[in-house]
Design a protein around this ligand. Structure first.
Ligand code: SAH
Length: 350
C-alpha cells in the first residue's frame, strides 16, 4: 500500500491480501464504522449537512407529527422517543422541545454506535439513553425517527456478467481497492423484474437495513407507536449503482481512502416497506419530503419564526426553501411511515 494510506485502508488491504476479497457490504460496513467512530462529520466545517442542521423547523415538525399521533392514539402512558443514528442530537433536541409544547415528555433513547457522536449528543440531550442495538430499548409505545440513517447502513452489490449474476467483491490491485465480479449468486436473490438486466448491470440490496426495519416493525407491532423514516431514495426497487462517497461537501471516489469519506447508497423504500409490512405494521408513503413538511405546516412555522426575529426573515425563508423545493431537498428525500395496529395514520401522508 502507498504510504499516505490511513490506518483503516492499511488494515483492509492487509485483510484482503491475507484472507481474500471482501464483499462490498463488508467494505462499506468497515469504512463507515471507522468514519463515524472517529469524527463528527456534520455541518459546514465537516463533510455534509442534513435537514435538522439546516433548520430547527425540521425537528420541530417531526416532534409535532409524533406528538399528534400519540394524542390521537389516546395519550398512552410510557411513550419513548427513539432515534436511530441521531448525528449531533439536533433533531432530537428540536423534536423533544416541540413534543413538550404538545404535552408529551417522553424518555429519549438513541441507537448510536459512534463514541464521538454520542459525546456530541450528550451535550444537546442530557437525559438520553444510548443503545448499540434495538433489543436493549425498553418496551412501551415507540415514537421513532430515522433521518439519513438507513443510507449509511451497508449495501450488498450484485453484478450481472455474461455468465449470470455474481456477488461484487473488493480486491486489491496495484495498491488500489478495486470492485470486481466474484462468485455466482442464484437468480432467486434478485427481484423478478431485474433478473434479465443486461451484462454489466449492478443491483444493490441492503440485508442489514431490512433486518433493522423488521425488528423495528416487530417492536412497534408489539408495543404500539409510529416510525418516520426519512432518506433519499428511489421509490421502487431498481437496478443501478448508487454507492457514493462524500467528503468536504463534494463527491469522492468510494474506492479510495475507505473510512475517510461518508459512504451511502440510495434507500430502497419499496423493500423497506415490504419488510415492515411483513412484520405486522401498516406503511404509509413514501411521500416527498417537501410535500410532507408543507402538509405539516412548515409555511406557518416559518412565518411565525420570522415574525419573532424579523432581521432573520430572509434566512428563515431560504432554509424553508432548501428543505421543500423540488430542485433542492424536497423531492429527492422521502418519508415512509410505519404505524402499529390500532394507532392512527400519522399526519402528512394523505
Ligand atoms: N440523523 C442525523 C445524522 C445522520 S448521519 C441527522 O439527520 O443529522 C448517520 C448517523 O447514523 C450518525 O449518527 C452515525 O453515527 C449513525 N450510524 C451509522 N451507522 C450506524 C450503525 N450501524 N448503527 C448505529 N448508528 C449508526
Amino acid at each position: 500500500m502507498s504510504p499516505e494510506r490511513g490506518p483503516l485502508a492499511e488494515r483492509l488491504a492487509h485483510l484482503i491480501e491475507t484472507s481474500g476479497p471482501i464483499t462490498v457490504g463488508d467494505y462499506m460496513a468497515m469504512a463507515n464504522a471507522h468514519y463515524y467512530g472517529t469524527r463528527d462529520p456534520l455541518g459546514a466545517g465537516g463533510d455534509f449537512v442534513t435537514a435538522p442542521e439546516i433548520s430547527q423547523m425540521f425537528g420541530e415538525l417531526v416532534g409535532l407529527c409524533l406528538a399528534d399521533g400519540w394524542q390521537r392514539a389516546g395519550r398512552p402512558e410510557g411513550a419513548l422517543y427513539v432515534e436511530l443514528g441521531p448525528g449531533r442530537g439536533t433533531l432530537a433536541a428540536d423534536a423533544v422541545r416541540a413534543m413538550r409544547s404538545a404535552g408529551l415528555s417522553p424518555e429519549v433513547h438513541f441507537l448510536e454506535t459512534s463514541p464521538v457522536l454520542r459525546a456530541v449528543q450528550a451535550e444537546r440531550v442530557r437525559q438520553a439513553h444510548w443503545h448499540e442495538d434495538l433489543s436493549t430499548i425498553p418496551d412501551g409505545p415507540w415514537l421513532v425517527v430515522a433521518n439519513e440513517f438507513f443510507d449509511a447502513l451497508p449495501a450488498r452489490q450484485l453484478v450481472r456478467t455474461e455468465s449470470g449474476w455474481r456477488e461484487r467483491l473488493v480486491r486489491v490491485e496495484g495498491g488500489c481497492f478495486v470492485p470486481a465480479a466474484g462468485p455466482p449468486v442464484p437468480d432467486a436473490a434478485l427481484p423478478g423484474h431485474i433478473r434479465a438486466a443486461p451484462s454489466g448491470t449492478i443491483v444493490e440490496t441492503s440485508p442489514v437495513s431490512l433486518a433493522v426495519v423488521r425488528r423495528l416493525a416487530g417492536r412497534l407491532a408489539a408495543g404500539g407507536g409510529v416510525a418516520l423514516i426519512i432518506d433519499y431514495s428511489h421509490t421502487r426497487t431498481a437496478a443501478g449503482e448508487t454507492l457514493q462517497a462524500v467528503r468536504g461537501h463534494a463527491y469522492a471516489d468510494p474506492w479510495q481512502e475507505p473510512g475517510e469519506s461518508d459512504l451511502t447508497v440510495h434507500v430502497d423504500f419499496e423493500a423497506l416497506a415490504a419488510a415492515a409490512a411483513g412484520a405486522g405494521v401498516r406503511t404509509l408513503g413514501p411521500v416527498e419530503q417537501g410535500h410532507w413538511l408543507t402538509a405539516l405546516g412548515i409555511d406557518a412555522r416559518a412565518a411565525s419564526l420570522a415574525r419573532g426575529v424579523p432581521q432573520r426573515a430572509e434566512e428563515i425563508e431560504a432554509t424553508r426553501h432548501r428543505l421543500v423545493a423540488p430542485e433542492q431537498m424536497g423531492s429527492l428525500f422521502k418519508v415512509l411511515a410505519l404505524a402499529s395496529p390500532g394507532w392512527p395514520d400519522p399526519a402528512g401522508f394523505a
